[in-house]
Design a protein around this ligand. Sequence first.
Ligand SMILES: [Ca+2]
Ligand SMILES: [Ca+2]
Ligand SMILES: [Ca+2]
Ligand SMILES: [Ca+2]
Length: 244
Amino acid sequence: MFKPGVLRAAIVLLVSLFWLPLSASAVVLDVAADAYIQRDAANSPHNGGNVAVKGESGRSGKERVGFLRFDTLTVTNEILDAKLLLNINEVDNNTTNNPNPFTFRLRGINEGQADETFDDATLTKNSSSIADDSDNMLNESLTTALGDFQLRDTVDDGTTFEFSSTALLDFLNADTNGNVAFTLERITSDTGASTFFARESTTGGSQLSLTVESAVIPEPSTVLIWSLLAVLGITAGWYRGRKG
Ligand SMILES: [Ca+2]
Ligand SMILES: [Ca+2]
Ligand SMILES: [Ca+2]
Ligand SMILES: [Ca+2]
């Protein structure tokens, strides 16, 4: 039915259309702010070398929730892949190593919440727009659950954990204001804190970061040239087909 020339041109068109949007570029976004809040120090900022996270049973007061923020203004195209890199200091800082895995939960802070642009030097439990007095110190309805993961004491101490999930990808692509912030909580109750290296760390640990791979949308002029070439190819093929 198609003459070879037409078929060839059609294949060129299809390949060019599929190939162009599939090229991607990766960027690493360093954390813009990181801190934690603590139940029994509700008016104190916690902006040291570690983001500490802790769940304890019975609302002991020592529970801690981590806050992380990234500036994504430079990422304007669709995000195809994303990884949150958590550089672990200690899964459990108790002197006795805990053989059981600890479960953690990552949440996105919903678009429009004041905490989307929190300042790590001043964030406190009482100043947070999403913290409350519940067991996990968070009003979950103001957040989006992005997934749970497990870390093991000693085994994972000092390593980097890469978190990724479809929910994280969807959350990043839904962002419209270039501010993306997360909370990190620990589901597992233990008196030992879990600590991740913060951007203020001076002990050699890398800070938290977000690796984002986004589609490269071609310039309109590039699309136009490709389209014109494809049309030219189809026309030439059709013309040759008629002649032959
Ligand atoms: Ca910080
Ligand atoms: Ca340990
Ligand atoms: Ca809650
Ligand atoms: Ca946002």
